[in-house]
Design a protein around this ligand. Structure first.
Ligand code: UDH
Length: 289
């Protein structure tokens, strides 16, 4: 049955004209809304928006079709908080957005790079997207002028996180929340599938992006503020001892490790479920294929 699950067809403009480049509905700086909500409450709250996690403006056509890809395991409270804040944030941005939560089942070590690749590949089987936003579950944006859109170069959105005193964690940081057009992500061959456990996959992606001649776009720190939810290190995502060695050969591996090799480098089964606010892709990964 699962393979019959397809997102509702994208009607093109539906007679609407393009939304303004700068949405008039933006509010600027905000604080994280920490109200404790359930999924049921959220589905009620946002019921005027579309099904299957697809939201779009009612009176104009968005500039881009966004897929937000959220890597996930055992962080339900973070996911609730993120969606409760991100849905209104993106509505104010007049975004056309579909959320995909890519959940790795317990068992093997967390493999964030592979989850992002699976999210990208599965999303494109279900719908058409111009722009992919890869979004850690624990980062809540604090200024809706931080426009979630793709451009000529990949964009790093989460520049100024409270945990790092609202400045870049380190020069060359390309983790947390990043956006690449569908074409850019394909061109860089996605993420590496080989970073098993915490660390390194984001630095590897930066190598891939710069190796293809792109540079990283960033808005100002003022616009790019985020709250990171406090958490301890997750079981099953311990630091990867091989991450530095892997990174040294990032550019050498780029053409043979990524979107084009996922079937060969890991073994995975996936199931897909419509959760109303988002599409849940559950993945059982065996890293030692
Ligand atoms: N993630 C999960 N579940 C996991 C591991 C990772 O959902 O078990 C996802 C989630 O989207 C998270 C992202 O992967 O936001 C990145 O993982 P992370 O939050 O562990 O990475 P980060 O570098 O934190 O943000 C590292 C551990 C910090 C320990 C701090 C102790 N003081």
């Amino acid at each position: 049955m699962l393979d019959l699950f397809v997102l509702p067809e994208l009607e093109e403009s539906g007679g609407h004209s393009l939304c303004p480049k700068m949405p008039p509905t933006l509010a600027g700086p905000s604080q994280t809304d920490t109200s404790l909500v359930s999924f049921r409450h959220m589905v009620q709250t946002f019921k005027h928006l579309h099904q299957n996690g697809r939201f779009r403006p009612s009176n104009c056509q968005a500039h881009q079709r966004l897929a937000v890809i959220i890597p996930f395991r055992n962080r339900k409270s973070h996911l609730l908080l993120l969606l409760y804040n991100l849905i209104p944030f993106l509505s104010r941005q007049q975004a056309d957005v579909t959320f995909f939560v890519i959940e790795q089942l317990p068992g093997d070590i967390f493999n964030k790079g592979a989850l992002l690749n699976i999210g990208y590949l599965e999303a494109l089987k279900l719908g058409q997207f111009d722009c992919f936003i890869f979004h850690d579950v624990d980062l809540v944006p604090l200024n809706d002028k931080n426009l979630y859109r793709c451009g000529d170069n990949p964009r790093h959105f989460s520049v100024a996180i409270n945990k790092f005193s609202y400045s870049l964690a380190y020069k060359g940081n390309f983790g947390g929340v990043v956006g690449l057009s569908t074409k850019q992500y394909s061109e860089v061959n996605g993420n590496s599938n080989l970073y098993i456990g915490w660390g390194g996959e984001d630095d590897d992606l930066l190598e891939r992006v710069t190796n293809k001649g792109y540079f990283i776009s960033r808005y100002t720190a003022e616009l790019s503020k985020y709250d990171m939810v406090n958490h301890t290190r997750d079981k099953g995502n311990e630091p990867n001892p091989f991450r530095v060695k892997l990174l040294e050969l990032a550019r050498v591996r780029q053409e043979v490790d990524g979107l084009n090799s996922i079937q060969n480098s890991i073994h995975y089964n996936r199931t897909i479920k419509d959760m109303a606010l988002f599409t849940l892709i559950t993945v059982d990964i065996d890293n030692d294929r």
